[in-house]
Design a protein around this ligand. Structure first.
Ligand code: ZN
Ligand code: ZN
Length: 186
C-alpha cells in the first residue's frame, strides 16, 4: 500500500474553511473565512451568521434588501471580528468559501494579506470586477480554487487519517464516488 500523503497548508486551510462553512446559518450561501499569518499559523476564522442570540435565516427566513440578505455578518466580517491580533493579517493568506463581496474584500485588503484564495464562486456577490481590480492595485494575489480541488484534498485527508498513527487508522472509509449534482436531482 502506498504511503498516504500529508496535506499542504493550502489544502489544510481549504478544508478548514469548508468545515467552518458547515456552521453558516444563511442558506443563500454557507460561507466561511480562515485567516493565517505569514507563518501559516491560523489567527482567525468565522462563518456567516446572525449575531449571537439573534434569530437565524435558517429559522426565521432571510432579511432581503435590494436582493441581498442583510441578516448575517459575512464569514469575512466574523473572521475579522474574531481576530485578536489584526496586525498579523499582514503578509498572511485568507481562504474564503465563495467569491468575496466587494465590501468584505475591501476590509480584508485594508489589513494587507499577500493572498486571498476563494473556493467556488457566488453569483450574487457584489462587485466581482471591483474585487479583482482592488486586489491588483493592492498587490494581493487573488486565487480561485475549484470545489473539485477541495474534494481532492478531502480524499487525501481521509486517506492520511486512516494511515499509520491517524485518528481513523482502525476504520475503512473511502471518498471514491463523487458525483456532480444537477438541477434535476435537487
Ligand atoms: Zn439569509
Ligand atoms: Zn461579504
Amino acid at each position: 500500500m502506498k504511503k498516504p500523503k500529508r496535506l499542504t497548508f493550502d489544502e489544510l486551510f481549504d478544508l478548514v474553511a469548508l468545515f467552518f462553512s458547515c456552521r453558516g446559518t444563511c442558506d443563500r450561501l454557507r460561507t466561511a473565512t480562515v485567516i493565517r499569518d505569514a507563518n501559516n499559523v491560523v489567527i482567525a476564522a468565522g462563518y456567516n451568521g446572525a449575531l449571537p442570540g439573534d434569530p437565524h435565516c435558517d429559522d426565521v427566513g432571510h432579511l432581503v434588501v435590494n436582493g441581498h440578505c442583510l441578516r448575517t455578518n459575512h464569514g469575512e466580517e466574523n473572521a475579522i471580528l474574531n481576530c485578536v491580533d489584526l496586525s498579523r493579517v499582514k503578509g498572511g493568506i485568507v481562504t474564503i468559501i465563495g467569491s468575496p463581496c466587494f465590501p468584505c474584500a475591501r476590509k480584508l485588503a485594508a489589513l494587507g494579506p499577500k493572498k486571498i484564495r476563494y473556493i467556488g464562486t457566488y453569483g450574487n456577490a457584489q462587485g466581482g470586477k471591483l474585487v479583482s481590480e482592488l486586489c491588483k492595485r493592492r498587490g494581493i494575489t487573488l486565487e480561485y480554487i475549484t470545489v473539485e480541488e477541495v474534494l481532492a484534498s478531502m480524499k487525501k485527508a481521509m486517506e492520511f487519517a486512516q494511515g499509520p498513527g491517524g485518528p481513523l487508522k482502525d476504520f475503512f472509509v473511502r471518498l471514491d464516488h463523487v458525483e456532480l449534482r444537477t438541477k434535476e436531482d435537487a
